[in-house]
Design a protein around this ligand. Structure first.
Ligand code: TXA
Ligand code: MG
Length: 313
C-alpha cells in the first residue's frame, strides 16, 4: 500500500526516507521518487520501482547550495550557475570529492554527480528534515510520462513505493535543465534556458556530446515520456485525429491558448496524459501536436515532445 501524505505529515515522509523507503515528493519541476542517496539498498529500490535501465545515474537533491561543497568540487562556472539559479529548476554535473559517501548506484560508478537544490518549499523542508542527500528521478515508470501531480505518481507507482507527499501540481512542469562538463555544456534542456545560463557565465556553452550506448541524460534514450498512442508533431491545424494546440485555434486540448511557453511547459505532461486518453476513447492511433517555437522554454518542450513521438522499443 502506498500512503498519500499531506504537507502536515512531512515528518512521516522524512522518517520513511531515513528508514531506506521510497517516498515521492513534489518539486517545482516534476514529482521526484526519493531515496536516501547514501544507501545502496534504498537507491536500488528506485531502479526496481521504476523498472529503470541501471546505466542512468540519478540527480541528488540538497536543501541548499552550501551542502554541495562537502560532496563535490564546484568549478567556477558551476559556482556561478549555482549562485544564479539555486534554488531552482537546474541540476549541475560536477566532480565528486573523495569520501563523499554517496551510493555508487547514484553515480553509476562515474566520478561526477548531478546535484540539484529545488525551490519548492515542501521539497526544501523535507530535505532539511531528512538531513541526508536524497536521490530522486522523476516519479514515473521508466520511459513513461513524467508526473506533475500526486495522482499521476499513484497512477504509475501505487503499491511499489511507501508514500507520496502531496504538494499539489508542479509549477514548472518540465524536468530541470542539466548543465555540466568542462567546458560547460547543456546536457538536458529544461526550466533554465541556455540563453539565461550564457548571460550568467558571460561566455557560450560547448556543444553537448551525446552517445546512444552511454546516455548522460534521458535525452539520449530516444523514446521517453511516451504516451500509449502515437504522437505526430508540428501539425499546424486540427484535422481528423485529436489535436493538442498551442495558441488560438480548434483543438481537443491546448497547451496555451495565448501562446505562452511558460504556461505550455507547466501543462505539457498532464495534457499528454489527457490526449492519450482522449485519443484512445475516440478510437484513433495517434494525436497531432501544434508547432512549438524553438526559443526559450520552447527548446525544452520540443525536446520532450520529440521523445514522446520517437519510435518505441
Ligand atoms: O527536475 C528534475 O531534474 C527531476 C526532479 C525530480 O528533480 N529529476 C530528474 O531526475 O529528472 P532523473 O533521474 O530523471 O534525471 C537524471 C538525469 C539522468 O538521465 C542522467 O543521465 C543525468 O541526469 N545525470 C545524472 N548524473 C550524471 C552524471 N554524473 N553525468 C551526466 N549526466 C548525469
Ligand atoms: Mg525521468
Amino acid at each position: 500500500m502506498t500512503q498519500r501524505l499531506e504537507p502536515s505529515e512531512l515528518s512521516q515522509a522524512a522518517q520513511l526516507l531515513r528508514d531506506g523507503q521510497l517516498v515521492a515528493f513534489p518539486t517545482e519541476t516534476v514529482y521526484g521518487l526519493g531515496a536516501d542517496a547514501t544507501s545502496d539498498a534504498a537507491v536500488a529500490r528506485i531502479f526496481e520501482a521504476k523498472n529503470r535501465p541501471t546505466f542512468n545515474p540519478l540527480i541528488v537533491h540538497l536543501p541548499d547550495a552550501a551542502e554541495a561543497e562537502s560532496l563535490v568540487e564546484m568549478t567556477p562556472d558551476a559556482r556561478a550557475l549555482a549562485q544564479a539559479f539555486w534554488p531552482g529548476p537546474m541540476s549541475l554535473v560536477v566532480p565528486l570529492k573523495p569520501g563523499h559517501g554517496l551510493s555508487s548506484l547514484v553515480t553509476a560508478g562515474l566520478d561526477t554527480v548531478a546535484l540539484r537544490v529545488p525551490a519548492h518549499p515542501l521539497a526544501r523542508e523535507l530535505l532539511t528534515v531528512v538531513g541526508r542527500p536524497v536521490a530522486a528521478p522523476s516519479a514515473n515508470p521508466s520511459g513513461k510520462i513524467s508526473p506533475t501531480t500526486a495522482a499521476h505518481v499513484l497512477g504509475g507507482l501505487s503499491g511499489r513505493i511507501a508514500a507520496v507527499l502531496d504538494g499539489g501540481p508542479c509549477a514548472v512542469g518540465l524536468e530541470s535543465s542539466i548543465f555540466g562538463g568542462e567546458p560547460m555544456q547543456l546536457l538536458r534542456p529544461g526550466g533554465v534556458t541556455a540563453e539565461a545560463a550564457v548571460a550568467v557565465l558571460g561566455h557560450g556553452l560547448a556543444p553537448a556530446k551525446t552517445s546512444e550506448s552511454a546516455p548522460n541524460a534521458p535525452g539520449q534514450l530516444s523514446s521517453h515520456y511516451a504516451p500509449e498512442v502515437g504522437v505526430v508533431l508540428d501539425v499546424a491545424a486540427a484535422s481528423e485525429a485529436p489535436h493538442l494546440g498551442f495558441g488560438p485555434g480548434k483543438a481537443a486540448r491546448n497547451l496555451s491558448e495565448t501562446g505562452d511557453l511558460v504556461e505550455a511547459a507547466s501543462n505539457l505532461f498532464a495534457l499528454l496524459r489527457e490526449m492519450d486518453a482522449v485519443t484512445r476513447a475516440a478510437g484513433f492511433e495517434h494525436f497531432t501536436v501544434a508547432p512549438i517555437p524553438g526559443e526559450g522554454l520552447g527548446h525544452a518542450i520540443r525536446d520532450r515532445l520529440t521523445r514522446a513521438a520517437a519510435p518505441r522499443g
